[in-house]
Design a protein around this ligand. Structure first.
Ligand code: NAG
Ligand code: NAG
Ligand code: NAG
Length: 548
C-alpha cells in the first residue's frame, strides 16, 4: 500500500566495483526501508499514524474552509493553496489516467479536509515575519480531516503535511492513514540564500525554488541580489546602477514588477524575502553606475585606475546610501534587510592618501577595522531610520562595531570548533544569531554529503540555555560562482532538505537511517512535482523526472 514500496534499494553486493579508487569515500551506504513515518519531511514534532486507511478519490475529495474559520472564501492565499495541493495530490493521476479513472466515492472514502484558522486575525493579507505563529494540528479521520492553525502560515505547512500523508498504490489509487499531528518549528528562521549576482537567475528558476522551499517548510528566501560581479536590481531612484552594473541592462535585470512578483509568490507560500545589499566590500558592480561611490586605489602617489570598497570618508556616500536604502525599505516589505559587511579588503583603503589623512584626523592609527566600523555604524543608523531591522555577517561583530541590541549576527566562517566559539561569543554578548557555516551547499563532493548537513546542529556550542535561545535558526547558502539556472535546482535539492529538517524538527530527530528512508521518498515526491531534485543514491522513483 505504501507509496513506492518497491523503491530499490542499494545493491550492497556491487558497490566496491565502481568506487574502488575513491579513497576518501568510506561511509557505508544505507539501504532503503519503509519508515514508520512514511515520507514525512521535515518530521513533525508529534506524529501518530495508525494502520487504518481511507481512500481518496479525485472526483469527491475537497479542501474547504471550516465553518468557524476566520479566513473565508475571500482569503485568496488559502484558496490558491487548496488548488495547488489538490493538483499535487491528484494532478499526475488525472494526467496519467484521464477522468475515466475517477472512481465513484464509496462511504469509506475520506472526502473532505476542513481548514480552520482559529485566531481572529488569520493574517491572510499580511506578510510572514520572524514572529509568525507557524504551528498547526492535523487530524485525519472519518468523516472529515481537520487542519487547525492559528494563522494561515501554519495552515500552509499543514496542507503540505497532509499532502505528504497521501500515498499511491501501483494502480494510481490514493489513500491516507488515520493520523494525528501536532506540529511547530524548532527555529523561527529557516532560510536559503540564492546568489543572483555571480550568475543572473531567471525569475522562473527563483519561483520554482520558492515552490520547493514551501515543500520543505523553509520560510526565508535570503536574496543575495547584487555583488562585485553584477548589479541586476533595477532601482527606481538610481536606474544607472543596473544600466551600468548588470550583465545586460535589459535581459539581466530584476524590474520592480519582477521583484514584486517574487515577493508575492513567496508570501503566498509563507516565505519571507530578505534582500541582501552587501557593503562596503563586494561592491565593484555598484561603482560602474555611481560615480565616486568606491575608493580610488593608489599605486605610489598616483591613482591606479582600480577601485576598492565603498569610500567611507565622503559625505556623498552617505547621501547615496540614505536614498538607496529608503527605496529598498519600501520595495521589500520584510522587517529585515541583510547588510552584508563581510570580507572587506583594506589594501585599497591603505593605498589612498585621502583615506590615510582621514585615519589620522579620526585617531584610528593603522587600524582599518576602525574605519570599517565608522562606515558600518553610519550605515546602520541610516537603515534603522527606515524602521527596518538588520542582519550582518559575523565580521561586523568580530570587528567590534557598535550594534543595536536587536541586530542579527550571521555566522558563516571557520571549522566546527571555530563556529561553535563564534556562536558562543555572539550569544554571550546578547545578540541573536543564525548559522550558515556547515551549510555551504555550493561546496560539492562525491557521495551523500547531505548527512553532514543533517548532523550539524546550531545549538551545539558551549553556552547557557539563555544563550541557546538567542539562536533563531540558520540558512543553507548556494553561492553562485559555479551555479546558474542549468544546475541550481538539482544542486540545491534534496541537499537543502537536510537543513530544512534540522531547523524544523525536534533536536532529537537524528536517526540517519530513518532520515534516508523518508528523504528518498520526499525526493521522489519533489521529482513527481516537476522539481529536478538529484538522487541520494542508487534507486528509482515511481514517477521519474521527465525533463522540461
Ligand atoms: C498505513 O496503514 C497501512 C495498513 O492499512 C499500513 O500497512 C502502513 O504501514 C501504514 N502507514 C504508515 C506510514 O504507518
Ligand atoms: C560632511 O558632513 C559633515 C557633517 O555634516 C560636515 O561637518 C563636513 O563639513 C562635510 N564635509 C564636506 C566635505 O562637505
Ligand atoms: C524525542 O523526545 C520526545 C520528548 O522528550 C519523545 O517523546 C520522542 O519520542 C523523542 N523522539 C525521538 C525520535 O527520539
Amino acid at each position: 500500500m505504501l507509496k513506492f514500496v518497491s523503491l530499490l534499494l542499494a545493491l550492497s553486493c556491487c558497490q566496491g566495483l565502481h568506487h574502488n579508487n575513491i579513497d576518501d569515500y568510506v561511509e557505508a551506504e544505507p539501504v532503503f526501508q519503509a519508515s514508520k513515518y512514511g515520507s514525512l519531511w521535515p518530521l513533525p514534532q508529534k506524529v501518530q499514524i495508525s494502520e487504518v486507511s481511507f481512500k481518496l478519490s479525485s472526483a469527491s475529495f475537497r479542501i474547504v474552509d471550516a465553518k468557524a474559520s476566520s479566513a473565508g472564501p475571500s482569503c485568496s492565499l488559502l484558496q490558491s493553496a487548496y488548488r495547488r495541493y489538490y493538483e499535487y495530490m491528484f494532478g499526475s493521476a488525472k494526467k496519467q489516467w484521464g477522468s475515466k479513472n475517477n472512481r465513484r466515492s464509496d462511504p469509506s472514502d475520506l472526502t473532505e479536509l476542513q481548514v480552520w484558522i482559529t485566531s481572529p486575525d488569520s493574517e491572510c493579507d499580511g506578510y510572514p515575519s520572524v514572529t509568525s505563529d507557524e504551528s498547526y494540528e492535523l487530524t485525519v479521520n472519518q468523516p472529515v480531516a481537520v487542519l487547525k492553525a492559528p494563522t494561515v502560515w501554519g495552515a500552509l505547512h499543514g496542507l503540505e503535511t497532509f499532502s505528504q500523508l497521501v500515498s499511491e498504490d501501483e494502480y494510481g489509487a490514493k489513500s491516507i492513514n488515520a493520523t494525528i499531528i501536532n506540529d511547530f518549528p524548532r527555529f523561527q528562521h529557516r532560510g536559503i540564500l540564492l546568489d543572483s549576482s555571480r550568475h543572473f537567475l531567471p525569475i522562473k528558476v527563483i519561483l520554482s525554488n520558492l515552490e520547493t522551499m514551501a515543500m520543505n517548510k523553509i520560510n526565508v528566501f535570503h536574496w543575495h541580489i547584487v555583488d562585485e560581479q553584477s548589479f541586476p536590481y533595477l532601482s527606481r531612484t538610481f536606474p544607472q546602477l543596473s544600466e551600468q552594473g548588470a550583465y545586460h541592462p535589459y535581459t539581466h535585470v530584476y524590474t520592480p514588477a519582477d521583484v514584486k512578483m517574487v515577493i508575492e509568490f513567496a508570501r503566498l507560500r509563507g516565505i519571507r524575502v530578505v534582500p541582501e545589499f552587501d557593503t562596503p566590500g563586494h561592491t565593484q558592480s555598484w561603482g560602474k553606475g555611481q560615480k565616486d561611490l568606491l575608493t580610488p586605489c593608489y599605486s605610489g602617489s598616483k591613482p591606479s585606475g582600480s577601485f576598492g570598497p565603498v569610500n567611507p570618508i565622503l559625505n556623498t556616500t552617505y547621501d547615496f546610501m540614505a536614498k538607496f536604502f529608503t527605496e529598498i525599505s519600501t520595495v521589500f516589505p520584510d522587517g529585515y534587510i541583510h547588510l552584508g559587511g563581510d570580507e572587506v579588503d583594506f589594501t585599497c583603503w591603505k593605498s589612498n592618501p585621502d583615506i590615510q589623512k582621514f585615519m589620522e584626523q579620526q585617531h584610528f592609527g593603522e587600524d582599518y577595522s576602525k574605519l570599517e566600523s565608522f562606515y558600518i555604524q553610519k550605515l546602520l543608523d541610516i537603515v534603522a531610520s527606515t524602521k527596518k531591522g538588520y542582519l550582518v555577517w559575523q565580521e561586523v561583530f568580530d570587528n567590534g562595531v557598535k550594534l543595536k541590541a536587536d541586530t542579527l549576527i550571521h555566522v558563516w566562517k571557520g571549522n566546527q570548533e571555530q563556529y561553535h566559539n563564534e556562536m558562543a561569543s555572539v550569544t554571550a554578548s546578547g545578540y541573536q544569531t543564525l548559522l550558515s557555516t556547515p551549510w555551504y551547499l555550493n561546496r560539492i563532493s562525491y557521495g551523500q554529503d547531505w548527512q553532514g548537513f543533517y548532523k550539524a546542529d546550531p545549538q551545539d556550542f558551549k553556552g547557557t540555555d539563555e544563550q541557546k535561545k538567542l539562536v533563531i535558526g540558520g540558512e543553507a547558502c548556494l553561492w553562485g560562482e559555479y551555479v546558474d539556472a542549468t544546475n541550481l535546482t538539482p544542486r540545491l535539492w534534496p541537499r537543502a532538505s537536510a537543513v530544512a529538517e534540522r531547523l524544523w524538527s525536534a533536536k532529537n530527530v537524528t536517526d540517519i537511517d530513518d532520515a534516508f528512508n523518508r528523504l528518498s521518498l520526499h525526493r521522489c515526491r519533489m521529482v513527481e512535482r516537476g522539481i529536478p531534485a538529484e538522487p541520494l543514491f542508487s534507486s528509482y522513483c515511481l514517477h521519474e523526472y521527465k525533463g522540461v
